[in-house]
Design a protein around this ligand. Sequence first.
Ligand code: SAM
Ligand code: DTB
Ligand code: SF4
Length: 311
Amino acid sequence: MHHDPRQVQQCTLLSIKTGGCPETCNYCAQSSSWKGETKLKAEKLMGVEEVIEAAKRAKEAGSTRFCMGTAWRGPSQVGAGQFERVLEMTKEVRDMGMEVCATLGMLTPEQALKLKDAGLTAYNHNLDTSPEYYDKVTSSRKYEDRLNTIAAVREAGISVCCGGILGLGEEESDRASLMTVLATLPEHPESVPINALVPVEGTPFKDMTPPSGLEMVRAIAVARILMPATVVRLSAGRVNMSPETQALCFMAGANSVFTGDKLLTTPNNEKSEDSFLFEELGLEGRPAFVPYAAGAASSDGSEWKHMKHEL
Ligand code: SAM
Ligand code: DTB
Ligand code: SF4
């Protein structure tokens, strides 16, 4: 009802500051806590020019959203100059006519407002799992910290991109609980990424069993039903899925993917495979700035009617 079923948005990720993260997310390659085991080398924040070049390539390849990630606890952890540089990147990518997303960790309300002023479209900040299971996933922050950042993003008028990961050793009830939290936020997130754990050698969760394809399909279907106007993003783990499983994910309601040969630190699907998949399934890219209708489903739907007209 709320989306053109043939349109799947292509988003491109770029890790603009890799590794050396002070947080302890047990699934993540970028925490400095296990850098001895992962052997991931911490890098400095990229320069503006290099990022713009990457965004141009992504746009030429059909991406309509560019998402920049930093292995930070948040901008407050680093000098003001680095956050200013991210604001500059945001402005420039936005001027290219792309949707711009960032995932920089915890934000203060002031930082969220600065990102809004720079033209940020969306902010990704995942809840990852249920409130009940969260302390098994990280010890360096609380679920409430995540909720506070999401509230600051919403308050600043930036689109919220918030989802989770399947395969962290959680029960099915934790997955249901995560979905309940997402669907009962004051407004539905405009986008919900559903990640399958990519087990990374050297991390505490290296031996966890990723979800099966059908578990991903089920999670996507539940997100689609609970949050009908939201863009549901089939995110990490797609590289290990057959074309048939991906097709089921789209039929279940996923309408966005990450394209490009890399996610943040792990490999992603080949461009040629994705082109074949889109063609074979009759899918087309979702243009930038199709009006989001999240939230409308729980009110009178007026925003949705407007969107239908535009489509
Ligand atoms: N440091 C910021 C933060 O944590 O919000 C932004 C970057 S962080 C890497 C972005 C998201 O990627 C995490 O919230 C998590 O959901 C996802 N992620 C990270 N490593 C993953 C993995 N190995 N498998 C699946 N998803 C992963
Ligand atoms: C999200 O939910 N998934 C993306 C994006 N938001 C930032 C990140 C996936 C990262 C997968 C592991 C890696 O490449 O390091
Ligand atoms: Fe740091 Fe984000 Fe990785 Fe957690 S998920 S260790 S906050 S980069």
